[in-house]
Design a protein around this ligand. Sequence first.
Ligand code: ADP
Ligand code: MG
Length: 440
Amino acid sequence: MDLWEETLSMLRHSVEPYDFRHWLMPVTCAEVDAADHKIVLQVPDESHGRWLEDNFVTEIKDILRGLTEQDYSVSLTANDAPHAEPRSASISVSAQPAPPPEGLTTRYRFDSFVDGPMSQFAMTAAAAVADNPGSRYNPLFIFGGVGLGKTHLLHAIGHAAYDRDPSLRVRYVTSETYVNDLIAAIRNDRMQSFRRRYRDECDVLLIDDIQFIAGKDRSQEEFFHMFNTLHSSRKQIVMTCDQLPQSIPDMEDRLRSRLQWGLIADVKPPGFETRVAILKRKAEVDGVELPDDVAMLLARHIKRNVRELEGVLMRLDASARMMRRLIDLDLAHSVLGDLLNDHLRRVRPDMILKAVCQEFRVTLAEMKGPRRQRTITVPRQVAMYLVRQLTDESLPQIGSHFGGRDHSTVINALKRVEMLREAKPELASRIDKLTRQLRD
Ligand code: ADP
Ligand code: MG
């Protein structure tokens, strides 16, 4: 592991998962100067750099000090800076002279993506798009739950398209960055350069988590026109989303229909064998010795999300290093005891529904029925949320316990409860109480 990878793996434990993914994972190391105690990090764009500077640089320095016992200076270079010289990582293993296209994470390539039956279709479509951008599947719309490899595939398309044809201008942004760029452009009266950036100077546009532009009128409007321009000049557009176009709430109809023009491919949670393969690949890449029986133990219990699998592997690796011992079943049990037990302890959906009905004084029939009064919708959404938290059920399975509601209703319920949890501490504590009660 190089110094930045090591720093990242420490940050992963201390930073909120969302922040980690959004702000830190896209950062690559451009240079480490061990003699001068200097590290140069490459960020997708200037605004990303500013944010990093304001929020993470102190912590990054602390970690570097912990790892090297030296005070490192951290400088940031943006891919979109006017004179940014692309640099290759100084401790890079592969001989890859070409600079990566804007904003792409080096690790997210097709060859590091473990192909399984549940993601085969999306992977094949992504590979076809990278081979021949702007032709057959345009736009490509990849959707699926969190931590299932959507962002990974999106970056992989960018790398592969660029590797095939380095003259291609590949642009990767999260839709949040897109929205922020737009707001900045409006405020600074720079719409022309905004449009040039996204419409003219772009052959492959990769937009991550498109659902964030829902409900934002001006962004949708601008996106709509950009989409039309790119599409009619046969430029490739690839989007990821946490749900199907037709299920995204607050999305303009004309835009929704554009999202459905091309190919829609989903990624689903990988099966057991794929989970084992992912763990082994990951261990190999990170130089972690992971025995088969431990890989299987982890894969048996952590089912829903690849990011969680990776997190567990890192935790195990960190403990093994700290205790200076090898990873084995004993260590896995002692380090991950609670987590594995949590996954083992079976809470059934019917137990959850019953507990929520009692807590909120509604009947099971009301919970499953069509009524939409707040006194019933809130408990119904809380119950869906708890089923999601405490069982391995898929979204459609969860919906089926509530009078056959579909997965998008469940997604919206989960989001709503997340929001209510923040806004209403007394509801949050009722939910926590229910969680404890159900787990014991
Ligand atoms: P999403 O965007 O769907 O939330 P990510 O693409 O960020 O998920 O994936 C989460 C993590 O899991 C990443 O580190 C990614 O590399 C890894 N991952 C997901 N699916 C696979 C896979 N099939 N093979 C290898 N790694 C994977
Ligand atoms: Mg993602």
